[in-house]
Design a protein around this ligand. Structure first.
Ligand code: 13P
Length: 251
């Protein structure tokens, strides 16, 4: 059966020293009170090599927030999937709406990134989700179906290795959260698309996380929905008390 997962996305926050302190504090909190779900922290690239050795890898996975769409070479400022893996990180967020909208990441670019992540044994946390105008026009299903094209070229075996995150852009960092019913509806739709493409077993085993203003006060209700398998957490991942509050929604 699929895993429940709470993953943090630190985005462009925390100096190296602050990030190391946050990871240590989370590690201590979860050593004292074991989580009932998988926990992942996705950090800026520069934190990865320092954070992986200080967390208990049996309890906390570590991931990057992006990787390059090229293997290696003259791509100034880029960081490859192989480099991410060499830090000891096991995950990588791909297709975050901030990458799609501010850095022009397309379905095709993301397809390359997902393949390179998998080739380097990283687990992609692949994000999809609609903007407000698309939700208002009731186009959210069409939007996520189109975004899934980046991962629907994978073999069933490779698709089974990825985690999906549905993040409605209108809920990210806005304090607006999808209702549990809205989340359930679209997660069930996403799972139905996976079932159509890869069959029921692959669909049943795929973890689909919700992201967008998830906090300790709403996590339990969201995660109680049958097709919501955890969360991808932005702002609330930057404070151990808040992040642990969300992790504890699975208790
Ligand atoms: P917030 O939790 O800050 O809304 O961010 C969600 C997100 O974008 C996680 O990737």
């Amino acid at each position: 059966m699929r895993k429940n997962i709470v993953a943090g996305n630190w985005k462009m926050n925390k100096t190296l020293q602050e990030g190391v302190a946050l990871a240590k504090e989370l590690n201590e909190a979860l050593a004292a009170d074991k989580p009932n779900c998988d926990v992942v922290i996705c950090t800026p690239f520069i934190h990865l090599a320092s954070v992986t050795p200080i967390v208990d890898s049996a309890v906390i996975g570590v991931g990057a927030e992006n990787c390059a769409d090229k293997v290696s070479g003259a791509y100034t400022g880029e960081v490859s999937a192989e480099m991410v893996a060499s830090t000891g990180a096991q995950y990588v967020i791909l297709g975050h709406s901030e990458r799609r909208s501010y850095y022009g990441e397309t379905v095709e670019i993301l397809e390359e990134k997902v393949k390179l992540a998998l080739a380097n044994n990283l687990t992609p946390i692949f994000c999809i989700g609609e903007v407000l105008e698309e939700r208002q026009a009731e186009k959210q299903n069409e939007v996520v179906a189109a975004q899934l094209a980046s991962v629907f070229t994978l073999s069933a075996e490779d698709f089974s290795k990825i985690i999906l995150a549905y993040e409605p852009v209108w809920a990210i960092g806005t304090g607006l959260t999808a209702t549990p019913e809205q989340a359930q509806d679209i997660h069930a739709y996403i799972r139905s698309l996976i079932a159509e493409k890869y069959g029921n077993e692959v669909a049943d085993n795929c973890s689909i996380l919700y992201g967008g203003s998830c906090k300790p006060s709403n996590a339990k209700e969201l995660f109680a929905k049958p097709d919501v398998d955890g969360g991808l957490i932005g702002g609330a991942a930057l404070k151990v008390a808040d992040f642990k509050g969300i992790i504890d929604a699975f208790k």
